[in-house]
Design a protein around this ligand. Structure first.
Ligand SMILES: Cc1cc2nc3c(=O)[nH]c(=O)nc-3n(C[C@H](O)[C@H](O)[C@H](O)COP(=O)(O)OP(=O)(O)OC[C@H]3O[C@@H](n4cnc5c(N)ncnc54)[C@H](O)[C@@H]3O)c2cc1C
Length: 459
């Protein structure tokens, strides 16, 4: 193969992580090529390569901040199409054990929009970048590896029926970023090239949720989003998120009720209503009992969370990176994936700013730090559930006992609720929940003053 093109970078996969990677690469490379297996729609439409995208997707407040930074006016564009924006503390409700945590005005906006609309807006912005090209309906076969570096990739077009045509082609690159999702083939490619595959962590959760869209009538309910946490006492998560109107102008909710390890909700609105009543989610129960359903109920199963530790490898090819779900894919009930991909995009920017020498080491080390906190939240939270199998060392048991108390106290204490919500939205590190001032407050059982529906937190 020819020497790599010093001015070209390529990205495998044009979903959220791939689009965000391309946005950053466009700051440094003359030619950025996104290669995507699907034909990409112009607007907010489902596609085969991202089957999860029709499921409820919450964008955490930190993710919204980063997307607004990378794409100025991003939130406003979605709001103009009917997405809701509300305070992350007061207009998003968090329930635990059938109780609602105290609502607190944080002064940070969260955005309630469909995942399809979020991705479509990001795609529209990336498409408009003059040095980004999208090659759609192409299958990346493998990167091309020569003498310790990736110098390009092999791809082949698909015909309209989705059947690969026989003529593979090659694209020369200086950098390839694998954003092909949790099914990424990089571990196998590394082995083929004579490297070790990264150590992989898997936490089996056997989650499945049943979800459905419902018509949203004005003022019903007066919240943009209701998140029902899974706890040891009630390991049954739920989610309700306002959505922008569909193509027929109908304002919508998307609702989901889930369970672990076989505790799954049958795929019917009656079963959704029954589960919502059992877990104490009045908003979802009312919609499932009496709401106007749009389309059919759906089921999505998610077997395990997985994380690949590329930062632990001693040898890794030059000119190659891995980002997004291909790096870490979290239990979706924590709503972290898009926000983590956005934070990794900032890591990519910082790593590239220091040059290409040692790029992969810099990127993977810093990306691991980004992944650490949400991974600890998701895996720690899952290991609090007796139905999830896995080793529970003493520190995990201590933290989970403390978190159960945080949930209880946050029902009436706005300072504890505020600290917890900031961690959930990735606005603060989990360690902040263990600051001495907060530990003492949680230990004492909190303060009941200001337990009204919404209060300004003095934290
Ligand atoms: C049920 C569910 C609910 C979720 N809910 C949330 C949520 O509430 N909030 C949140 O932030 N995140 C959520 N997530 C996670 C979120 O969907 C992902 O983190 C996000 O899509 C980023 O993923 P990605 O871009 O890395 O990979 P993906 O979205 O999986 O995209 C991979 C892309 O690569 C393409 N591709 C794959 N192989 C090739 C190839 N060889 N050649 C060309 N193209 C290829 C695919 O077609 C696809 O477009 C949820 C996930 C699931 C499963």
């Amino acid at each position: 193969m020819n020497t790599p093109s010093p001015r070209r970078a390529a990205v495998i996969g044009a979903s959220m992580a791939g689009l965000l990677a391309a946005r950053i690469l466009a700051e440094r490379f003359d030619d950025v090529v996104l290669l995507e297996r699907d034909d990409l729609p112009d607007g907010a439409a489902p596609r085969k390569g991202t089957p999860q995208a029709v499921q409820p997707h919450g964008l955490l407040a930190r993710g919204r901040q980063v997307l607004d930074d990378l794409f100025p006016g991003f939130s406003d564009a979605l709001i103009a199409h009917g997405a809701l924006a509300g305070d992350a503390g007061s207009e998003v409700a968090l329930d635990a054990n059938g109780q609602r945590l105290a609502r607190v005005t944080l002064g940070v906006r969260a955005l309630a929009a469909s995942r399809l609309a979020i991705e479509a807006e990001v795609r529209r912005r990336v498409r408009a970048l003059p040095n980004v090209r999208m090659m759609t309906a192409v299958d990346v076969l493998a990167p091309v590896h020569e003498d310790g570096r990736v110098v390009g990739l092999r791809w082949q077009p698909r015909d309209a029926a989705g059947v690969a045509e026989p003529q593979p082609q090659t694209l020369a690159t200086a950098l390839v970023v694998d954003c092909s999702g949790r099914g990424s083939r990089t571990p196998g490619w590394l082995r083929d090239w004579g490297y070790e595959a990264p150590p992989e962590e898997r936490v089996r959760i056997g989650l499945a949720y049943t979800s459905a869209y419902f018509r949203r009538l004005s003022g019903q309910p007066p919240l943009a989003c209701v998140i029902g946490a899974a706890t040891a006492r009630l390991p049954r998560p739920s989610i309700l998120i306002a959505q922008e109107p569909d193509a027929e102008g109908r304002e919508r909710w998307v609702a989901g009720v889930g369970g672990y390890a076989g505790d799954h909700v049958p795929v019917s609105r009656e079963a959704m209503a029954e589960r919502a009543r059992q877990i104490g989610s009045p908003e979802i129960a009312a919609l499932a009992e009496r709401g106007e359903m749009i389309g059919e109920p759906m089921r999505y199963a998610f077997a395990h969370s997985q994380r690949r530790h590329y930062e632990r490898l001693r040898r890794f090819p030059t000119g190659y990176l891995v980002m997004g779900d291909a790096l870490a894919s979290f239990n979706p009930i924590y709503g972290q994936g898009m926000t983590v991909a956005a934070c990794e995009a900032l890591v990519l920017r910082a790593a590239l700013a220091a040059g290409t020498h040692g790029l992969s080491w810099r990127f993977f080390t810093a990306a691991a730090k980004v992944v650490d906190a949400p991974w600890r939240i998701a895996v720690g939270g899952d290991l609090a559930l007796p139905v999830v199998q896995g080793p529970r060392a003493l520190p995990v048991r201590v933290v989970n006992a403390y978190m159960a108390r945080v949930h209880r106290v946050a029902v009436h204490d706005v300072v504890v609720a505020s600290a917890f919500v900031k961690v959930v939205h990735m606005l603060a590190r989990p360690e902040t929940l263990f600051a001495p001032r907060l530990l003492w407050r949680v230990w004492r059982g909190g303060d009941r003053a200001g337990s009204a529906a919404t209060t300004s937190a003095a934290a």
